[in-house]
Design a protein around this ligand. Structure first.
Ligand code: ATP
Length: 231
C-alpha cells in the first residue's frame, strides 16, 4: 500500500533521512519506533507532504505521490493525526469533525456514526469547543477527525504523549478495532514499548534517519530493543 524508496530529506544543510526504505502492506498495523531524533516525525511529515523530500520516491497504492499537495493527500485516503494533535481550539467538536467531510471520496457530507461508536464521549460534547476538552479527549477528537475522511491508511504520531493511562488504553483498543474489524491499515509512531507491543502487529526500527530492522511484533527481542530503543 505504501512503498518508500531511497528517501532523503534535509533541514537546511542537515540531512535527517538517509536513503530510507519502508514498505507497508495493506491491512497491517505497523509501529515505527526509534530513539528521540531518529527521524520518525520527519518521515511522517514527508509522507504527508508537509516537508519536501530532497530525493527518493513515495508510492501510495502503486502511484508516486510526491507531486500531490499536502491538502490533497487526505483526498487520496491518507488520514493523519499529527504529534500534538493540532485540533482547532476555538471550533466546536462538531466543527472540528466536519472539516474533514469535503475530503471524502464517496461524497458523504455527514459525520459517520462509526466515529461516535468508537468515541462515544465526542457525541456528548459536540457543541463544546475543542480547546475546552481534556488532553485525552482532544486526542480522541484528532483521531476521529482523521477517520471522518474515511481513510485507507491512518497515520498516528505518538498518540499517547501526555495522556492519562485509561485514555491510552481506550485509544489502543480503538486502533486495534479499526485495524482488525474495519481492516484499516495503521501506521503508528510510538515510543512506549508496552503500547507498541499490545497494538502493533509489525515493527520498523529507525536509527539515524534509516529503517534498520523490520519484522513481526512478536519478533521484537531484547537484543533489538537494546540496540535501537534503550536510552
Ligand atoms: N524544523 C526543523 N529544523 C531543523 N531540524 C529539525 C527540525 N525538526 C526536526 N529537526 C531535527 O531532525 C531530527 C529528527 O527529528 P524528528 O522529530 O523527525 O525525530 P523523531 O524520531 O520523531 O524524534 P522524537 O521522538 O523526539 O519526536 C532531529 O535531530 C531534530 O533535531
Amino acid at each position: 500500500m505504501i512503498r518508500i524508496e531511497k528517501l532523503n530529506q534535509k533541514y537546511g544543510g542537515t540531512q535527517i533521512l538517509w536513503d530510507l526504505d519502508l514498505n507497508i502492506e495493506k491491512g497491517s498495523c505497523t509501529c515505527i519506533m526509534g530513539r528521540n531524533g531518529a527521524g520518525k516525525t520527519t518521515l511522517l511529515k514527508c509522507l504527508m507532504g508537509l516537508l519536501p523530500a530532497s530525493s527518493g520516491q513515495i508510492l501510495f497504492d502503486g502511484k508516486p505521490i510526491q507531486q500531490v499537495a499536502a491538502q490533497q493527500r487526505a483526498k487520496i485516503g491518507i488520514g493523519y493525526v499529527p504529534q500534538g494533535r493540532d485540533i482547532f481550539p476555538l471550533l466546536t467538536v462538531e466543527e472540528n469533525l466536519q472539516i474533514g467531510l469535503p475530503a471524502r471520496r464517496d461524497g458523504l457530507r455527514k459525520i459517520p456514526e462509526r466515529v461516535f461508536e468508537l468515541f462515544p464521549v465526542l457525541k456528548e460534547m459536540l457543541q463544546r469547543r475543542g480547546g475546552d476538552l481534556s488532553g485525552g479527549q482532544q486526542q480522541q477528537l484528532a483521531i476521529a477527525r482523521a477517520l471522518v475522511i474515511d481513510p485507507k491508511v491512518l497515520i498516528l504520531d505518538e498518540p499517547n504523549e501526555g495522556i492519562q493511562p485509561n485514555i491510552v488504553r481506550q485509544i489502543g483498543d480503538v486502533v486495534t478495532q479499526l485495524n482488525q474489524e474495519d481492516g484499516l491499515t495503521v501506521i503508528l509512531v510510538e515510543q512506549k514499548l508496552g503500547f507498541a507491543r499490545r497494538v502493533g502487529r509489525e515493527f520498523r526500527l529507525m536509527q539515524k534517519g534509516a529503517v534498520m530492522a523490520a519484522d513481526k511484533m512478536s519478533n521484537l527481542n531484547d537484543e533489538l530493543i537494546r540496540q535501537y530503543l534503550a536510552v
